[in-house]
Design a protein around this ligand. Sequence first.
Ligand SMILES: Nc1ncnc2c1ncn2[C@@H]1O[C@H](COP(=O)(O)OP(=O)(O)OP(=O)(O)O)[C@@H](O)[C@H]1O
Length: 254
Amino acid sequence: MSETPALNVKSLSHAYGARKALDDVSLRVERGAFAVLLGLNGAGKSTLFSLATGLYGARAGAVEIMGYDVAKTPGEALRRLGVVFQARTLDLELSLTQNLLYHAALHGIGPGEGKRLAGAALERAGLSERAREKARDLSGGQMRRVEIARALLHRPSLLLLDEPTVGLDIKARADILKHVRGLVAQENLAVLWTTHLIDEIAPSDQVIMLHEGRVLTDGSAAEIVAAQETDSIGGAFEKLTMGVVPSPRERGEG
Ligand SMILES: Nc1ncnc2c1ncn2[C@@H]1O[C@H](COP(=O)(O)OP(=O)(O)OP(=O)(O)O)[C@@H](O)[C@H]1O
């Protein structure tokens, strides 16, 4: 039997009223793997995050983190999860260390251990020298690094990032991507990185293409490109999204 994956999404569906946002979505991210969830606006990426973090209850299906069901054992599951949401969530008036200590306290980590972890996290993020400065004084890319450091403070096995490079310039985007890839390589962290930006994908990455709430394909970028007989992952995405057969409901027949 294969090892329990870091993330196991099983036949997950969700609707907002009559609008289906996720339709029978299944995917896995193995331990220590970097996976990209690729989808255009409205594909259902944020909805998947909300379900994985227990913000919404799933109408059908389940999400397991390191084998723990988010709905049935939320404490065990969420302890193993770190999340960076799309919107900025640092308290701009607090120092970097204070932002991290806040998070440590939320996870039941005491002040002494919190300080130690915050120091180590800022060091990993390359921001030790800015520890006492207010978050407000950082650049967008540095803020994202602090958010990543904060999400990793309690040493989760899985990190979810919802479009983490939105609003950053080209260099800051590349830096954040490199930083997270480094964490995957060095710390055996599993990452699910959502994006609509094709150029953030490397050939060996696992790519899960989500379109209109459904998984179109899931495999390494190189495998997908070969299977679609295109020369790029962008070409494969275009081919696959053009070929989507609308459901009877979408054709107005449901
Ligand atoms: N709170 C909500 N109420 C009603 N509909 C919603 C709500 N949140 C999302 N939706 C709808 O569900 C679908 C999936 O949205 P979701 O935000 O999950 O997609 P996304 O891939 O994250 O897109 P984006 O990158 O634009 O955030 C869309 O059709 C969206 O309009």
